[in-house]
Design a protein around this ligand. Structure first.
Ligand SMILES: [Zn+2]
Length: 241
């Protein structure tokens, strides 16, 4: 009963008291510009082997982000997309656009949260991919594995925002549910700024599933105009979100 013992361990970890702390920071030059790189530790109590466990999350900060209407990307880790350049999803492009948009604005934060595979972890993400090879879409594959469609949590993002002095944000995302979840954590999201990504033949099915089944607002046709769309949304009147 491997799956049963796994889920017991997971629920033990999930119920452990969580404490988040600002742990370290330094300036890091990137191809987009220099970001103040702030690491937060989310303590998760005792792990299955008895040792203390924690997750480390990162805020890439540019400019003075105290105050209102700070441009923010809240991004969740995707090892396959960002490191291996997998073509199955748009995570790397989303991260790239987020870093670029913040650098161009000269003020903002990219929050990088260590919740791989929409929160289910790398191993289970690849198990879901295996089911997708047999025809399931991304939502059905997770359900077949008994996993949630989206297990991401945003308490860490809320902590980072408060710690960095962000009073309200313009959020770079196509996902209205992320806006709702951040607001539920007490974050003032003034505006949703869309991030249009051009699909490739491998990612188009995934993007369409996100659009049809997970409420993501994707205008796939508009991908080429992305830079202009971000600029217009940031600098012009506020959208309905
Ligand atoms: Zn991805």
């Amino acid at each position: 009963m491997i799956s049963a013992s796994k889920s017991t361990a997971a629920s033990k970890l999930a119920s452990a008291p969580v404490l988040i702390e600002r742990y370290s920071e330094a300036n890091v030059p990137t191809e987009y510009g220099t970001f103040r790189t702030v690491v937060y530790r989310e303590h998760r109590g005792t792990g299955v082997s008895g040792g203390h466990t924690y997750e480390e999350h990162v805020a890439m900060v540019m400019g003075d982000v105290r105050g209102e209407d700070v441009l923010v990307r809240v991004h969740s880790e995707c090892l396959t997309g960002e490191v291996m350049h997998s073509l199955k999803c748009d995570c790397r492009e989303q991260l790239d656009r987020g870093m670029r948009a913040v650098a161009k604005e000269g003020r903002g934060v990219v929050m990088y949260l260590r919740q791989e595979g929409r929160g289910i972890g790398l191993g289970d993400k690849i198990r879901a991919y295996a089911l997708q090879e047999r025809g399931a879409d991304t939502v059905d594959a997770n359900r077949l594995l008994g996993l949630p469609d989206d297990a991401r949590r945003y308490g860490v993002a809320a902590f980072m925002a408060r710690d960095l002095g962000i009073e309200s944000m313009q959020l770079l995302t196509n996902n209205p549910d992320k806006v709702r979840k951040l607001r539920a954590e007490g974050i003032a999201v003034h505006q949703r700024v869309p991030v249009y990504i051009e699909p490739n033949p491998h990612s188009v099915g995934y993007l369409l599933t996100k659009s049809r089944r997970m409420e993501h607002q994707l205008d796939i046709e508009g991908a080429d105009e992305n830079e202009g769309v971000i600029d217009a949304a940031v600098h012009d009147d506020r959208s309905a979100e």
